[in-house]
Design a protein around this ligand. Sequence first.
Ligand SMILES: [Zn+2]
Length: 242
Amino acid sequence: MKRILAVVLVMILVALAAAPAMAEPPADGQDTIKLKVYIHYPKPGKPQPQPGVCDPTQYETNNYGLAGWKRSGTVIYRVNYSSIPSTVVNPQPAISNSFEVWEQYTGGKVDFVEGEPTTLTRYKLDGVNLVAWGRVSASGAIAVTYTWYNSSTGEAVEQDVIMNSKLPWKQTYASNPDATCGDLYAYDVQNILTHEVGHWVGLDDLYNSVDQDLTMYGYGDKGELKKVTLGLGDIAGMNVLY
Ligand SMILES: [Zn+2]
């Protein structure tokens, strides 16, 4: 009996010793790194696309929410171009525009830089801020943003966005900035990614219907392009953050 207990004890000790080696970097400050996941869904219970998705902006609220972190300095993001659905023609400008529209409201405090393309497809705390299309665990989600942030300093340390590759995607706005409506049977890359990058810079989702014309409105839609340009509330949030 004593021997069995000893063996069990040794196994527990070995498991405890192995555990830190399996944990994600960084080793220091590990206890203060937290993960927050934002899931961007289509509006529930409504047909997609919704009636009126292409109507001009009607609501101009000053509302915003704060996610609990900020970004600072140069932020290099990397895109998995090989993961992008073939229906998306010329995605690069749509992706860079999604970052620049926010950067201009950081007062020079954040510089988003596109790094080398990557073949990564999974969200992981691995030192790469990733933009990729792939499988998302949340069924029906349009996109998911993962933020690892330091809860002591309030700095986001890494962010990954996974766009749902099982949904239809197009790129309309970057090629046609006068368009008020995208393909009604597809999600526009820049429309959705601009919302996701709003989380990168530190903004929360808004779910009240008066906020439906803001970029940080929590639901997305096929054909929608209104998230591409920031609303008053989105800019108000940036002014508080930066
Ligand atoms: Zn969101």
